[in-house]
Ligand binder design. Structure first.
Ligand code: ZN
Length: 168
């Protein structure tokens, strides 16, 4: 289901430089017995709900996290948006500077150049969210409203999971 891309996008560049385990690791303590760092496989107690056993999983290979207890899931961008309570563009600024990736082309784009703007990146992010594991309820909703799948791409429909700025 992942879209084919011929050159890595800015979001991908940032994701490639910041493993999900590193971003999440600033907030949680990993379960040493359950985690297998060599495989990019990390477990911790979930930062989004109270629990005593580790059901929160980080997968460095796929760059995503998922909690088997409360169902929260996403990538580095959604994680900092949720834990810091910030918007997508703020998360983008924060992670780009941590990753050492320049946002200058984006800023030029926003002022009218031919490079993509922050809103285009946000669009890309929410479109990805819809097709990702966190977008299940969004996909159910669209199915219930009889919105065919090819419309999603055509109209750039996206999914903003609960707690985030909604941006449809
Ligand atoms: Zn949880």
């Amino acid at each position: 289901m992942a879209a084919m891309r011929f050159e890595p996008t800015l979001l991908d560049q940032i994701r490639a430089r910041l493993p999900i385990s590193q971003v999440v690791g600033r907030r949680v303590t990993y379960d040493k017995r359950k985690s297998q760092p060599a495989r990019g496989d990390f477990w911790a107690c979930c930062p989004f709900h109270k629990e005593k056993t580790s059901s929160f999983h980080c997968d460095d290979r796929r760059g995503i996290y998922h909690c088997f207890g409360c169902g929260r899931g996403g990538d580095i961008f959604s994680f900092v948006m949720e834990t810091e309570g910030i918007s997508f563009s703020q998360a983008l600024e924060l992670l780009a500077s941590r990753a050492g990736v320049s946002l200058e082309p984006v800023r030029q784009g926003a002022s009218g150049g031919d490079v993509r703007s922050v809103s285009a990146l946000a669009q890309e992010f929410f479109t990805e969210s819809l097709s990702g594991s966190g977008g299940i309820s969004g996909r159910h909703y669209l199915a219930k409203r009889n919105v065919p799948e090819h419309f999603w791409k055509e109209f750039g429909l996206g999914w903003a999971p609960s707690g985030w700025d909604s941006l449809w």
